[in-house]
Design a protein around this ligand. Structure first.
Ligand SMILES: NC(=O)c1ccc[n+]([C@@H]2O[C@H](COP(=O)([O-])OP(=O)(O)OC[C@H]3O[C@@H](n4cnc5c(N)ncnc54)[C@H](OP(=O)(O)O)[C@@H]3O)[C@@H](O)[C@H]2O)c1
Length: 447
């Protein structure tokens, strides 16, 4: 680039002294230790010189063309500089090494507001709030964006002294867009996995609604075999499994009997929710399974009964329903649906009920938290070891991440790629593996 700039100046008939201006700009940029800025300073200096000095029109045109190409090539670096996540000269290269684990996690905005968390899009917020650009346009425009690196989690340090860096890659699709346009969503997840590979990551995790696209990650893995893909299902199941005994014990310690209690599981045909139903079924008196397909709910109920009878465990009275209002009878509610909107509202909840919400975005509407005596416990929240910092709000509280992101980090740190979660099945030995390795590396479930 430098040689090109100097040669360009010479060909356009400028004395060599003028190249100093270009070099000076380059040196200034280098002082910031951003290589991209230094590279961009050179064609910028050249372009400015062609304006202030008498040069032929073709030379001016060529200089500005060179600047345009350079800006386009460095657009991602410019955005990362704005976000403060572009590596500087002298910093260790952000690649996997003995001391450093590098992985990526795909995220998406939960609301239109989330679009503007990233500094590269923050300037556009006022266009929406002032009504200059309609929200519907933003959604339509977002479907054109390829995945990009929008953030980074740093400072996670395992008990054995390694640092885990996790790049956050986003394609700005909202939950309802991911569910209603599965082909586009799968394409974006595949592009995200390719980007993660280009960034040097060994593992990419599919977060929130990305975890259900492409047959729960299977098609993404097939399309990009050069990187390990996980939907995070095993450790999510592990955190649920670990949290439930505590919740049930707390419930009993408040003077209520589990054997006489009614529990409800919402989204009961799903992987996470059915796992919960299996775990709590032998412990409660009555179990209400809520879903969107009655035939499959009946099958799930039959499987539960058979399993309990085979093991000689108590069989509760199991009710299946499509009506969410049925959970009003429940003392304990467990929810893990794939619905992009809240499904549980105050009128569905009995006063004093406890709700364990594993949904991302949450299944429980904010207004439920104001009900007297009702306790809403967010599920699948994990605190990684070290002092994690990041530039985005992931909606899991400061210093905390979802279990599926933790699984991505653990998989990359352990290199046990055969344990990755793909498709709808979760092996119990993999659940056990993540629970044990998480504990050993210093990850803690938030309860
Ligand atoms: N915290 C974490 O780390 C983490 C990790 C993974 C997943 N999750 C979250 O856990 C939830 C479930 O994940 P999953 O992998 O189990 O998904 P899943 O297998 O697709 O199951 C979701 C279930 O929810 C049902 N459902 C959707 N809308 C519903 C509604 N309005 N009422 C009742 N049921 C409804 C679906 O019904 P159909 O069968 O008819 O489609 C499906 O059976 C998601 O919100 C996901 O983001 C959290």
């Amino acid at each position: 680039m430098l040689l090109g700039a100097v040669l360009g100046l010479h060909i356009s008939g400028l004395p060599y002294l003028h190249t100093l201006a270009v070099l000076l700009l380059g040196a200034l940029a280098l002082l910031t230790r951003y290589v991209s800025l230094a590279v961009l300073a050179l064609p910028l200096g050249l372009a400015i010189l062609t304006v202030v000095l008498p040069v032929e029109a073709w030379a001016r045109f060529a200089a500005w063309g060179l600047l345009a190409v350079a800006l386009w090539r460095h657009k991602e670096n410019i955005a990362r500089m704005l976000e403060g996540i572009e590596p500087r000269l002298g910093e260790p290269p952000p690649l996997p090494s003995r001391k450093q684990v590098v992985c990526a996690f795909m995220i998406h905005p939960l609301t239109v507001e989330d679009f503007f968390q990233s500094p590269r899009f923050r300037w556009a917020r006022s266009l929406i709030t002032r009504g200059i650009v309609p929200r519907a346009w933003v959604e339509r425009l977002s479907e054109l964006f390829r995945p990009m690196k929008v953030g980074e989690l740093r400072g996670v340090r395992t008990v054995d002294g390694r640092e885990i860096r996790c790049y956050l890659i986003s394609a700005p699709l909202l939950p309802h867009q991911i569910t209603s346009k599965p082909e586009l969503a799968t394409l974006r997840a595949i592009q995200g996995a390719r980007l993660a590979r280009e960034l040097g990551c060994t593992v990419v995790g599919l977060g929130a609604f990305w975890s259900v696209v492409g047959e729960k990650g299977r098609l993404v893995q097939e399309a990009v075999p050069e990187i390990e893909v996980t939907n995070g299902g095993a450790y999510t199941a592990g955190t649920v499994k670990a949290a439930i005994p505590g919740i049930l014990a707390h419930f009993e310690s408040s003077g209520r009997s589990l054997r006489e209690a009614t529990a409800a599981v919402v989204g009961a045909n799903g992987v996470v929710a059915f796992g919960i139903a299996r775990q709590i079924a032998p412990l409660v008196g009555r179990l209400i399974l809520v879903g969107r397909n009655l035939e499959r709910l009946e099958k799930s109920a039959a499987t539960l009964r058979q399993n309990l009878e085979r093991k000689g465990q108590p069989v509760p009275d199991i009710v299946t329903t499509l009506e969410i209002a049925a959970i009003r009878e429940a003392d304990l509610i467990f929810s893990a649906t794939s619905d992009p909107r809240p499904v549980i509202f105050p009128e569905h909840v009995k006063p004093g009920a406890w709700i364990y919400d594993e949904g991302v975005p949450p299944d429980v509407d904010e207004s439920v938290k104001k009900l007297p005596g009702v306790r809403v416990i967010p599920g699948g929240v994990v605190r990684p070891p070290g002092n994690m910092t990041g530039n985005l709000d992931l909606h899991f509280g400061e210093g905390a991440v979802p279990a599926c992101l933790a699984e991505t980090m653990i998989l990359a740190a352990e290199g046990a790629y055969e344990r990755k979660s793909l498709g709808g099945e979760t092996k119990s030995e993999n659940i056990q593996f993540f629970v044990e390795r998480a504990e050993a590396l210093g990850f803690r479930v938030v309860d």
